[in-house]
Design a protein around this ligand. Structure first.
Ligand SMILES: [Zn+2]
Length: 305
């Protein structure tokens, strides 16, 4: 009874304090930014004034976590790459401040068009939308845009996008970070088959990012084994290679996943993004070189060896 009375008094006192804080913040000037410690890393959660403060605090460094909507074996959600990459990027930005762009999933995924729930935008639109997105981010002060890639199917698109930033002058730099797991270390793996999509690694990470969406009991309903249905030398490439090898859009054995492996890999991923943000903030060379390059490219015959 005594405890109950005390906690009731405490609650009243707390409410009064909260009311005072809310009243004071209500009276504050409309354009003032939140106190330093309270600034969200989510672009969409910031007020206009807080956004200005966020760009200042991040030194113009913004993250664009890039996911996709595609089948992930029989047991993981369509948005696995988006959910995982946002988990990593948001936690990293909280450690090393950067403004994080909202959900973005407009990448290359033609190879999963035969599966339910895939959103496969056309080639031209993928590039145009990404260009307008980074242009608009830069117009709003993100002079260093780090694309954190969460989807294997973007591995050719993103370097190509970065290369084509040289076709005309931009007042910002696009950086790409495209690694989701460490090469070595961590708890030993249980599965021995190729583990590229919805397999042991990715399922383990989802057990950390969104365990409520993982249906481990369904992981063996389909085979994630390599079916080797194409007979070509390794260095001859075709667009159908993925479907030839993994027609169920599943590569690996998700049932082997563990939270322990997921925690190891997710912690590594977050830390790797933190290090990327720090090195990008410290980079004052890339934009200078880009500008030098754009200038020289206007009159190539004057460029000396
Ligand atoms: Zn994935």
């Amino acid at each position: 009874m005594t405890t109950c009375t005390r906690s009731a008094i405490c609650s009243v006192a707390l409410l009064a304090l909260l009311f005072t804080i809310l009243s004071v913040s209500h009276l504050a000037p409309a354009q003032s930014a939140a106190p330093q410690s309270k600034l969200s890393v989510h672009w969409e959660e910031l007020t206009a004034a807080d956004f200005r403060e966020g760009i200042h605090r991040s030194q113009g460094t913004c993250l664009l976590p890039f996911g996709i909507l595609e089948k992930h074996g029989p047991h993981l959600p369509l948005g696995t790459d988006l959910l995982d990459v946002r988990h990593a990027a948001l936690h990293a930005a909280e450690q090393e401040y950067a403004v994080v762009f909202p959900e973005y999933y407009f990448g290359q995924i033609a190879e999963a068009r035969h599966e339910p729930g895939t959103m496969a935008y056309s080639r031209d639109l993928q590039l145009a939308l990404l260009q307008e997105t980074t242009d608009e981010m830069a117009r709003n002060g993100c002079k260093k845009v780090i694309i954190v890639n969460g989807h294997g199917g973007n591995e050719s698109l993103l370097p190509y996008f970065a290369q084509t930033q040289l076709d005309k002058p931009h007042d910002y730099v696009v950086y790409i970070f495209d690694k989701r797991s460490p090469g070595t270390g961590g708890p030993p793996k249980k599965s021995s088959i190729t583990n590229w999509h919805a397999g042991e690694d990715e399922t383990s990470k989802m057990m950390i990012a969104r365990p409520d969406t993982v249906h481990l009991d369904r992981a063996n309903q389909e085979s994630g084994a390599d079916q080797h249905r194409q007979n070509l030398p390794e260095d001859v490439y075709t667009g159908i290679w993925w479907y030839a090898r993994f027609p169920n859009h599943y590569s690996g054995d998700g049932s082997a996943a563990t939270q322990e492996l997921g925690k190891f890999q997710m912690d590594w991923w977050i830390d790797a993004v933190v290090k990327t943000i720090r090195s990008v903030k410290a980079d004052d060379t890339s934009l200078k070189l880009q500008n030098e390059f754009y200038e020289k490219s206007k009159h190539p015959l004057d460029t000396q060896p």
